[in-house]
Design a protein around this ligand. Structure first.
Ligand code: ADP
Ligand code: MN
Length: 515
C-alpha cells in the first residue's frame, strides 16, 4: 500500500512553532484539534459521507443508504487506514494554518503572496473547493513542485587554492542559510537570510530533509497518471469508501486490481454478508471505481449530455458529480439488462463513483475478453448468434444501445458471452443513438467475419436486424446519411412534442421512429 499515511508523517524535526501542535508533535498539548476521537466520531464519518451527497441524487442516496453510515462499526484495528485518516485530517489542518499564515503576511496589501503551491490537500482532493472545480487537464499538474536544485555530486566547487569543499564551515554555513530560501514558505526561516547567520551542515540537512520530504509527499498525492499502481489510482476518499464497505461486512476482502483503464479502475473482492435479508451479495465481486481525474471524461460528454434522462441535471452539475452520473448510468443500464435476462454483471451497490457488481470469472481470475480467447469454430458461431440476440434484446427490451460494443467489452464465461461496460450506453432516441448502434454493428460484424463465421451479417444487415428499421441503402455512405436523417427526424419530433412528454412515455418504451 501507498505508505503516505504512515511513512510520510512529519518527523519531529525543526519546523515552525504551530507545527508542534499537531498530534505527532506534542501529543499531550491541550489544543489538539485532531484527536483520535474526532477522527473516529460519527460526526466526521457523517461529514465525509454527506459532504458530497446532494439533493440531485435522491435515487442514489436511496440505493446507497447502506449499513455503513454509522461511526460505531468502524474497525479500529486497521492501523494503516487510521493513519491515513489522521493524515488527511492533519493535511487539512496544515492547509488551514497555511491560509492563516498567508493572510497574516498579506494583510491588506494589494500585492499578495500565495502559498497555494504548498498546500497538502489540493483543490482536486479537498471537499470545500469541490464546487469550484472546473474542467482541468491533469496531465499538466499546476501544483507539482519544481525539482529542487542539487549541489554538485563531487562535493566541492572551485579550483586549486580556491577549492571549497562542503566541509568548509563558514562558507557553507552562510550558504546553507541562503539556501533556506528554497524551502517552502511555511518554514519560518525568520530574518536569518538577511543576517550573517551560519547553519551547520547537520542542521541544514535536517531542515532540508524535512522540507523535501514534505514536497515529495505533496507531489506524490497528485501523481495520477498511467503508471500508478492500484492503490495510487484511488484517492483517499475512495479508499475510505472501499474501507467502509469492507468494514460493514458487505465485502469480505478486496484482493487487488484487475484492470486500470482510462476512465476506471476495477478491483476484485470477495463478497461478504448483506445487511438486509432480501439481498444476497455474490461470492465474488468486481468494484468499478470511476476515475475522478476529469480530463478523460471530458471527451465523453456527448454520451451523457444529450441523453434526455440526464440532460436536465447535466447542465446544473459540476464535473465531479457528472462522474458520479457515469456510475449511476452504468448501474441503471445493468439493471435493465439484468431484467431482460441478458448475461451481464449484477449490480450489488452504488456508492458515489464506486459501483460494486458481481464478478464475471472465478477464483479471482476474470473471464477473458472475447478478443483474448480462442474459440472453436462452433463456439464462435454460437457466440455470434448469442450476440445478435443480445443486441436485439438490448434494443427492444432494454431500449438501449451499448455504444461501446466490441470484443473488448464482451467476456467469455461459462460457455457464453457476457456484456460489460455499459456506462456510456444510451437509449436509441439519443441524438446520436443510431450512429452508435451502427458503429457497434460494424465492430461485431467485422470481428465475426474475420473470425470465420460465414453466417455473420454485414454491418448494415446487422443494423437492420437489431433495430427493426429497414434502411435499404447498400453502400456505407448512403446508409450513414439515412441514419443521420432518421436521427434528425426523431430529434425534431422530441422538440415539437416537448421533452417532458417524451421523457415519461418513452422510458422503457420503444423509440418513435415509425413516424
Ligand atoms: P473500462 O471503461 O475501463 O473499459 P470496463 O467496465 O470495461 O471499464 O472494465 C475494465 C475491465 O475490467 C474489463 O475489460 C474486464 O476485464 C474487467 N471487468 C470489469 N467488470 C468486470 C466484472 N463484473 N467481472 C469481471 N471482470 C470485470
Ligand atoms: Mn471496457
Amino acid at each position: 500500500m501507498d505508505p503516505v499515511g504512515v511513512a510520510a508523517a512529519p518527523d519531529a524535526g525543526p519546523g515552525p512553532a504551530w507545527q508542534s501542535k499537531c498530534p505527532w508533535g506534542a501529543p499531550n498539548t491541550t489544543s489538539i484539534s485532531c484527536s483520535l476521537a474526532d477522527v473516529m466520531s460519527e460526526q466526521l464519518a457523517k461529514e465525509l459521507q454527506l459532504e458530497e451527497e446532494n439533493a440531485a441524487f435522491p435515487e442514489v442516496v436511496a440505493v446507497a443508504e447502506g449499513p455503513f453510515i454509522t461511526g460505531e462499526n468502524i474497525d479500529t484495528s486497521s492501523d494503516l487506514m487510521l493513519a491515513q485518516m489522521l493524515q488527511m485530517e492533519f493535511d487539512r489542518e496544515y492547509d488551514a494554518q497555511l491560509r492563516r499564515e498567508e493572510k497574516k503576511i498579506n494583510g491588506d496589501s494589494k500585492v499578495s503572496i500565495s502559498f497555494e503551491n504548498y498546500r497538502k490537500v489540493h483543490p482536486y482532493d479537498s471537499d470545500s473547493s469541490e464546487d469550484e472545480v472546473d474542467w482541468q487537464d491533469t496531465r499538466h499538474d499546476p501544483y507539482r513542485a519544481d525539482k529542487p536544485t542539487t549541489t554538485p555530486r563531487k562535493g566541492f566547487i572551485g579550483k586549486g587554492k580556491d577549492i571549497t569543499t562542503k566541509h568548509d564551515e563558514v562558507v557553507c554555513g552562510r550558504k546553507n542559510t541562503a539556501r533556506m530560501e528554497n524551502f517552502a514558505p511555511e518554514f519560518q526561516v525568520g530574518d536569518g537570510i538577511g543576517m550573517d547567520l551560519k547553519l551547520s551542515n547537520q542542521v541544514f540537512n535536517a531542515l532540508k530533509q524535512h522540507a523535501y520530504s514534505e514536497e515529495r509527499r505533496s507531489a506524490r498525492l497528485h501523481e495520477k497518471k498511467e503508471h500508478s499502481t492500484a492503490e495510487k489510482a484511488v484517492d483517499p476518499k475512495t479508499r475510505l469508501l472501499l474501507y467502509k464497505m469492507v468494514n460493514a461486512g458487505m465485502l469480505e476482502t478486496i484482493t487487488g486490481c484487475i484492470s486500470t483503464g482510462k476512465e476506471s479502475v476495477v478491483f476484485h473482492a470477495y463478497g461478504g454478508k448483506s445487511a438486509t435479508e432480501d439481498k444476497v451479495i455474490p461470492p465474488e465481486c468486481a468494484i468499478k471505481v470511476f476515475k475522478t481525474t476529469l480530463n478523460e471524461f471530458k471527451n465523453r460528454d456527448k454520451y451523457i449530455k444529450d441523453d434526455y434522462r440526464f440532460k436536465d441535471r447535466f447542465s446544473k452539475l459540476n464535473p465531479r458529480k457528472i462522474i458520479r452520473m457515469w456510475a449511476e448510468k452504468e448501474m441503471h443500464n445493468l439493471t435493465r439488462m439484468q431484467n431482460a435476462g441478458i448475461p451481464c454483471p449484477q449490480v450489488v451497490i452504488l456508492k458515489k463513483h464506486v459501483l460494486v457488481m458481481s464478478f464475471i470469472g472465478q477464483d479471482q481470475v476474470p473471464a477473458p475478453k472475447l478478443k483474448d480467447v480462442t474459440l472453436s469454430s462452433e463456439d464462435m458461431k454460437k457466440a455470434y448468434y448469442q450476440i445478435l440476440n443480445m443486441m436485439q434484446q438490448l434494443y427492444k427490451e432494454c431500449n438501449l444501445v451499448h455504444a461501446d460494443l466490441s470484443e473488448y467489452n464482451m467476456l467469455w464465461h461459462d460457455g457464453k458471452v457476457w456484456l460489460i461496460d455499459v456506462s456510456q450506453s444510451v437509449e436509441p432516441t439519443h441524438p446520436h443513438g443510431l450512429e452508435f448502434l451502427f458503429r457497434d454493428c460494424r465492430n461485431v460484424s467485422q470481428f465475426f467475419q474475420k473470425g470465420g463465421v460465414a453466417e455473420a451479417l454485414n454491418e448494415r444487415e446487422l443494423f437492420n436486424a437489431v433495430s427493426g428499421l429497414n434502411i435499404t441503402a447498400d453502400d456505407e455512405v448512403d446508409f450513414q446519411a439515412e441514419i443521420e436523417a432518421l436521427e434528425k427526424m426523431n430529434e425534431d419530433h422530441v422538440q415539437n412534442h416537448g421533452k417532458k412528454l417524451s421523457m415519461s412515455s418513452s422510458d422503457g418504451d420503444p423509440p418513435i421512429y415509425d413516424e
